[in-house]
Design a protein. Sequence first.
Length: 135
Amino acid sequence: STNFPAGSLVPGSQPISARTDLRIKKEFGGFSWHGEFKLAKTAITSATSGVFQIGYAAGPKQATFLSYDSVGAAMMGAGTLAGDSVTFAEEGFLKGTKVSVRETLAAKGPRKLFHKFEIEQGHGYQVIAEDTCMK
């Protein structure tokens, strides 16, 4: 499930969780991963689905990230692989506004993936959502 901390979606909002389904498959000989997600509707959020693509250049250990979803968000960025994790510095649009995003993916074992989504809103990066997916 995806967890949204207090105040992350709208000022004064309570922490909430939503069911998230995620599918990831390797492409291009293992140097790219295609993902699709579905986030269930909550009292504050609409149901959302989206896609993402992660590319990887082995020499510089550079990963690229591209995503878009059903509510109009689109992001693009890059990050350096460090062990079993990567943090992407991204630029994009969310709710019609240009945003700077920091998105982290980390393997937490052979069947578990941690994800954190943060937005820079003029006061440093704020956590908007975190989730752990299990296969």
